[in-house]
Design a protein around this ligand. Structure first.
Ligand code: SAH
Ligand code: SF4
Length: 391
């Protein structure tokens, strides 16, 4: 009897070819408008019912944190089946989660191959705790003291990828349904990887979603966008998002700022300060935050402190002195504690209260400016493999 071998890997020509199931659209990070359009375009709801249906889905996704259509109990079983065929409500993969001794948490979130995003939760900042979100993977700018700046831009994050960072943090902190009081995650700061004003459309759409009252409901006054100073976009940031503004100042003279924050060569201090003064909605209740990284022997003298006060005179402002967070290969040192205190004392005397930002999460490399995506390492390993393959 001839032996029979089965080749399980290759289908026989007569085997039926099953078409791959079409990928279902993820609703988790869509704007209200996109949600409505998706319902109409897929035939899940007629145009006249889509707004109400979208509102229902919205509350499930953004108020209850639902990740499964079948859990949406006020939608009929038949309708849930229709929705389930067309859509998912999915979270991206959390590749790594670290918790620091001081309670800081860091997540590495993968949304697509090579797209890895770092997000950090810092307790006792803002009203209760702040989430530091990323707006890009990498950065096109290269501020000389910033770790992210050593990584080339991989790409802008979508609004859904920005919102996903908040959803992942909320999942982990157990904050669904969205609490009105006693939140652990009360503030959002765009101080992770990337320059938010080079991705303003997606940042603005994400802020619309995050601040929506029937969802995550973090007020726009508790959302801060930090920029290195992309002057032409400042007005639009204020008008479209009403977010609080933070400026990475770090130097009060063009000559020095040109080297620390090179975008200063394009938009020098005089232009930057004029755009800040014109930022929509500034008042004593809505102040600009000036971030100032303390670099030993570079920008930390008493004369620098006095120049800072002079430069920002008349602007409703807070100042955040950030002790420099060193990273492997960085060319700077953090100022001595006594230099930082002396600098802060001069600012205090001028009316700026306790401006030193305590470094948090240093043990898990979660502090400001230390975020650098693992995807760079991944790309390097792929490159190495390709080189090997090519001999
Ligand atoms: N690109 C934006 C937002 C992300 S950076 C911006 O530059 O504002 C967030 C803050 O961390 C900025 O104020 C930045 O200057 C600061 N920062 C970057 N590297 C740092 C480091 N190594 N130590 C301390 N602060 C740093
Ligand atoms: Fe980019 Fe901000 Fe880092 Fe500068 S400080 S390189 S703008 S992330």
């Amino acid at each position: 009897m001839p032996s029979l071998t089965l080749d399980l890997l290759r289908p026989s020509p007569s085997a039926p070819v099953r078409p791959a199931a079409p990928a279902r659209l993820n609703l988790a990070g869509l704007t209200r408008e996109e949600l409505r359009t998706a319902l109409v375009e897929t035939g899940a709801a007629p145009a006249d019912k889509a707004k109400i249906r979208a509102g229902q889905l919205w509350r499930w996704i953004h108020h209850y944190g639902a990740t499964d259509v079948s859990a949406m109990s006020d939608i009929s079983k038949e309708m849930r089946a229709v929705l389930g065929e067309r859509f998912v409500v999915a979270r991206p993969e959390v590749v790594e989660r670290q918790i620091s001794k001081d309670g800081t948490r860091k997540w590495l979130i993968r949304t697509a191959p090579g797209i890895e995003i770092e997000t950090v939760y810092i307790p006792d900042v803002g009203r209760a705790g702040a989430l530091c979100v990323s707006s890009q993977v990498g950065c096109t700018l290269n501020c000389s003291f910033c770790h992210t700046g050593t990584q080339p831009l991989v790409r802008n994050l979508t609004a859904a990828e920005i919102v996903a960072q908040v959803q992942v943090a909320r999942d982990d902190l157990g904050e669904w349904p969205s609490p009105k009081e006693d939140r652990r995650l009360s503030n959002i700061v765009f101080m992770g990887m990337g320059e938010p004003l080079y991705n303003l459309d997606n940042v603005a759409a994400a802020i619309d979603i995050i601040s929506d009252n029937e969802g995550i409901a973090i007020s726009r006054r508790r959302i801060t966008v930090s920029t290195s100073g992309v002057v032409p976009e400042l007005k639009r940031l204020g008008e479209e998002t009403q977010a609080m503004l933070a400026i990475s100042l770090h130097a009060t003279r063009d000559e020095l700022r040109d080297t620390l924050v090179p975008i200063n060569r394009r938009y020098p201090l005089q232009q930057l300060m004029a755009a800040i003064r014109a930022y929509p909605g500034l008042s004593n209740a809505r102040r600009v935050t000036f971030e100032y990284v303390m670099l030993k022997g570079v920008n930390d003298s008493p004369a620098d402190a006095r120049a800072l006060i002079k430069l920002i005179a008349g602007i409703p402002a807070k100042i955040n002195l950030i002790p420099f967070n060193p990273w492997p290969g960085s060319a700077y040192e953090c100022s001595s504690w006594s230099a930082i205190e002396a600098f802060a004392a001069i600012l205090n005397r001028a009316g700026y209260a306790s401006p030193i930002r305590t470094p948090r999460g240093r043990d898990i490399l979660a502090a400001c400016g230390q975020l650098k995506s693992e995807s760079e390492k991944v790309r390097a390993s792929v490159r190495r493999r390709l080189e090997l393959a090519q001999g």
